[in-house]
Design a protein around this ligand. Structure first.
Ligand code: NAP
Length: 248
């Protein structure tokens, strides 16, 4: 018996990076997995094939999580294909870093829409499904900088702080229906999002981290597994920091 046997997970932005690691982790524990990403490219198909190779039902959907109508259609399709959604992981996210003085309106709008509105879009579309089931776990990818702020990331930090407020509100609204809502605040995780950072920036990050290293996508995925499974059945409205002890 695996931790997630019989459950269906829906993960946004999961063709690569942390989302892919989450999809593989949940599938490895027996969950059927529906995932979205912007385009059905080679990476998308490789992730879909890797999930199917784990022996679960798995399907990818091309969708822009920032678009409300698009999201409604994708969730309808997922429910038609899988019949239920037990775990929703709002993972899709981008950065458009710049000091406020140089930040454009477009950089602000893009990050808020992709990172924060997408969480509203998917949670709203999945809510009726979870209400019918009378069970569900919603897991939102925030960030340590949503708690601490970060120079050069006013747009990103605001979007990730917004996710925390949203997560806690949804936990209060839906707790009585056995639907849980939690956020994860990763620190410095080694993915393509952080691969662009210089060695100097990387070194200074590592010095600030008590565990003296960046985290791996799998270390974030392990916490998603906990929050998605019944091991966390009395945990809701929380923000779990996965950051090697970094001060926030
Ligand atoms: P990543 O490697 O850049 O991957 C992001 C994924 O999201 C990609 O597959 C991307 O698709 C997809 N995506 C982007 N915009 C989308 C949209 N509008 N609709 C659907 N999918 C979209 O990022 P990551 O490092 O894995 O980060 C995953 C999440 O963790 C994000 O929310 C990020 O903010 C958060 N996080 C990351 C770190 C870190 O250190 N890496 C730290 C804290 C929080 P494409 O392949 O088409 O671009």
């Amino acid at each position: 018996m695996k931790l997630l046997d019989g459950k269906t997970a829906l993960i946004t932005g999961a063709a690569r990076g942390i989302g892919e690691a989450i999809a593989l982790k949940l599938a490895g524990e027996g969950a059927n997995v529906a995932f979205t990403d912007l385009a059905m490219d080679d990476q998308f198909r490789a992730t879909e094939a890797a999930l199917q190779a784990l022996g679960v039902k798995a399907k990818g959907y091309a969708s822009n999580a920032a678009l409300f109508a698009d999201t409604q259609k994708v969730v309808e399709q997922v429910v038609a294909d899988f019949g239920r959604v037990d775990i929703l992981v709002n993972n899709a996210g981008i950065t458009r870093d710049s000091l406020l003085m140089r930040m454009t309106e477009e950089q602000w709008d893009m990050v808020i829409t992709v990172n924060l509105k997408s969480v509203f879009n998917f949670t709203k579309a999945v809510q009726p499904v979870m209400l019918r089931q009378r069970v569900g776990s919603i897991i939102n990818l925030s960030s340590v900088v949503g708690v601490s702020g970060n120079a050069g990331q006013a747009n990103y930090s605001a979007s990730k702080a917004g996710i925390i407020g949203f997560t806690k509100s949804v936990a209060k609204e839906l707790g009585s229906r056995n639907i849980r809502s939690n956020a994860i605040a990763p620190g410095f995780i080694e993915t393509e999002m952080t691969a662009v950072l210089s060695d100097d920036v990387r070194k200074s990050w590592n010095e600030k981290i008590p565990l003296r290293r960046g985290g791996t996508p799998e270390e974030v995925a392990n916490v998603v597994l906990f929050l998605g499974s019944d091991l966390s059945s009395y945990v809701t409205g929380q923000v779990l920091h996965v950051c090697g002890g970094m001060n926030t």
